[in-house]
Design a protein around this ligand. Structure first.
Ligand SMILES: NC(=O)c1ccc[n+]([C@@H]2O[C@H](COP(=O)([O-])OP(=O)(O)OC[C@H]3O[C@@H](n4cnc5c(N)ncnc54)[C@H](OP(=O)(O)O)[C@@H]3O)[C@@H](O)[C@H]2O)c1
Length: 255
């Protein structure tokens, strides 16, 4: 049995896919359970990673839709049966919904990016508690930082870009996720290592509204493999000095 069992939600693209690849390439000690709401998509992603070579760890897949409590609990029951514990939970799945209808985009962003991770954390807590060194990582976003959003010197302090026009739903969901991570970190500080983490601005499928142009950040987005390296550094204990904080590649964001 591998010594570290790692569950990542939303692994068929972007940060979750890259993190699965980085972690599986790192060590035979790691087993990555690639979760997704489409089993076909995560199985295709796993096959792609395995055929890319240089894999030292192992990979498996599981169906997990963060909007569906039954699917979350079925996944937890399956992992309990297969592994008996979980060492690392990476709550990564999210949407960047920019629907013009306010109620629609607030609801979809909050349900997927905040309520979903809360339900996933609750369902997997008993399995994490069976680990000798459990980590729970909430993949958030720098746009969820109230301190940055309210600082006129910050790059986030702007209101007229096409992304920010309907972006309050996403940003609000990440601010809520940050509060969840902070509260979880305080409540579980003696039993679990909990982080919020921003993966940086990287190529992914998050912004679907303008196709490839938005997905690549209009050419400005970075490589999600770098985000995967940051997640790896957290679960390897290299960021333990920042326990309970909102970390990114180069440091810590203010809440
Ligand atoms: N990319 C960036 O620049 C950036 C910046 C800051 C933070 N982030 C954060 O990084 C994380 C990963 O996003 P990404 O950028 O890699 O975007 P992405 O490529 O769109 O990946 C998001 C993943 O979440 C999955 N997902 C969506 N709804 C789900 C649900 N109900 N249940 C389960 N899985 C679901 C998606 O699956 P489907 O393909 O089935 O929809 C996909 O696998 C997110 O938390 C995001 O907020 C990204």
């Amino acid at each position: 049995m591998p010594s570290r069992i790692i569950l990542i939600t939303g692994t068929n693209s972007g940060v979750g896919y890259a993190a699965s690849k980085v972690i599986a390439r790192k060590s035979s000690a790691f087993h990555v359970i690639m979760a997704g709401r489409s089993l076909d998509k995560v199985e295709a992603a796993r096959a792609e990673i395995e055929s890319s070579g240089d894999i030292k760890g192992s990979l498996s897949t599981i169906h997990l839709d963060v909007l569906d409590k039954i699917s979350i609990h079925n996944a937890a029951a399956q992992i309990a049966q297969d592994f008996g514990r979980l060492d690392v939970l990476i709550n990564n799945a999210a949407v960047g919904n920019l629907d013009p209808d306010l109620q629609t985009r607030l609801r979809i962003n909050m349900e997927t990016n905040f309520i979903g991770p809360a339900l996933v954390s609750e369902a997997f807590r008993p399995l994490l508690e069976k680990s000798e060194n459990p980590y729970a990582i909430y993949v958030s976003s720098g746009v969820g930082s109230l301190t940055r959003a309210s600082n006129p010197d910050s790059s986030l302090y702007k209101t007229n870009s096409p992304v920010t026009k309907y972006g309050e739903g996403y940003a609000t969901s990440k601010a809520a996720l940050n509060m969840l991570a902070l509260q979880q970190a305080m409540m579980n500080k003696d039993s679990m290592k909990i982080f919020a983490m921003c993966p940086g601005f990287v190529v992914s499928n998050l912004l679907r509204w303008d196709g490839d142009k938005a997905n690549s950040g209009w050419g400005n987005a970075g490589d999600p493999m770098v985000s995967g390296e940051t997640l790896l550094s957290i679960l390897e204990g290299k960021r333990d000095a920042d326990l309970g904080r909102f970390v990114h590649k180069d440091g810590v964001y203010p809440w």
